[in-house]
Design a protein around this ligand. Structure first.
Ligand code: 1VU
Length: 321
């Protein structure tokens, strides 16, 4: 095997990441009952009942009420993680979204907060949850996924992640698990023009992955909006996986299997990783650091990459592609 074959989905051992795979993250507009009902027939790592961009401004009330009812009534055994995305904290809509969702008979597993630009947005969430639950916090904290969608949000992302982790440790309300890159709002914010190759987003994507992984969080890549072009979706998904993203946002059911496959280690990569680790252990016993394996030089960084692959395989082993 060549070094080229070593590229692909990888996962460092990460706090809060091990138990909730989010290879595909599917948005469903909260105002669309028909699409919400479709969820009961879909197999997907994460489904997001959306109050935000997928919902017209004059349907926000309908969306929050429909989501509350649907959370209580739909049985979704093949959806791994059920999330609700509320509107941005600065939108003036978020409080009403949260209030309605918290009245649901079954609460979502995950809360998603878009357009996070300041640590105060996370403090706002902690305060609202504290006011709602009082001295009786939920038996398990919500999982929290935040969105970076602007230049300011990206510049401040490290501080925001740090505050998210502090609040995860010091309050019983949420555990920060991931960061989503909202590429289209980001493009609008910096005045970039979207291209099929997404070269204009390379720096931001790499920065999102780097910061998210520095804080042991999941990094979720951009949406492929040309949802009928599945070839280019596959290409972009594999690229995101090679860059270190743990998953990708999707908007249509047909995108799910392609994305989940792209973010899962292939059988060839798992075989490579297992064999490499066996070879590494044998060489360690004989006191050798660097060694040759299938014509490549192997040392500790490659061993860590191989361990990432096996960890990712373990996390997704019972999950269909
Ligand atoms: O044949 P049926 O009517 O029974 O089902 C259709 C359709 O309803 C269903 N479907 C979906 N079900 C659940 N979730 C979805 N997201 C979803 N999309 C479609 O699948 C069957 C086939 O659908 P289709 O090919 O006829 O497609 P439509 O014309 O119905 O819908 C296409 C769009 C793109 C409008 C639809 O997929 C959609 O609304 N997607 C979500 C868009 C969205 O939420 N955007 C905002 C989030 S993206 C973002 O914020 C970037 C950060």
């Amino acid at each position: 095997q060549t070094r080229g074959l070593m590229a692909g989905p990888s996962m460092r051992p990460q706090e809060g990441q091990g138990v909730t795979p989010r290879r595909a993250v599917l948005y469903v507009p909260g105002s669309d009952e028909r699409k919400l009902a479709k969820l009961s027939g879909l197999t997907v790592d994460c489904a997001v009942m959306d109050c935000e961009d997928g919902v017209a401004a004059n349907r926000k009330d309908v969306a929050r009420e429909t989501i509350r009812k649907t959370l209580g009534s739909l049985h979704l055994p093949t959806v791994g993680d059920l999330a609700v995305r509320i509107n941005a904290v600065d939108s003036g809509l978020a409080e009403d979204d949260l209030k309605e969702v918290l009245q649901a008979e079954r609460l979502p597993d995950t809360l998603m907060i878009p357009k996070v630009e300041s640590v105060s947005h996370l403090q706002w969430l902690a305060d609202k949850l504290s006011a709602h639950f009082g001295p009786n916090p939920p038996s398990s904290p919500f999982k929290l996924v935040i969105f970076v969608e602007s230049a300011l949000g990206l510049l401040r992302l490290a501080n925001i992640c740090e505050e998210g982790q502090r609040l995860s440790r010091t309050t019983p309300f949420f555990t920060l698990e991931g960061v989503v890159f909202g590429s289209d709002d980001f493009c609008a914010d910096i005045g970039a023009t979207r291209t099929p190759e997404a070269t204009e987003l390379l720096y931001a994507r790499q920065k999102v992955v780097t910061i998210a992984k520095a804080y042991r969080l999941q990094a979720i890549d951009l949406v492929h909006i040309d949802y009928k072009d599945l070839d280019s979706l596959e290409k972009q998904s594999l690229e995101g996986a090679r860059m270190g993203f743990t998953g990708k946002q999707v908007i249509h059911p047909n995108q799910i299997p392609i994305v989940q496959k792209a973010f899962s280690p292939s059988p060839e990569r798992m075989e490579w990783a297992k064999a490499l680790i066996e070879a590494f252990e044998e060489h360690q016993h004989s006191g050798k650091g660097a060694f040759t394996f299938r014509d490549s030089m192997i040392d500790m960084p490659l061993v860590l990459q191989a361990r990432n692959i096996l960890k990712m395989a373990d996390v997704t082993k019972d999950k269909p592609q």
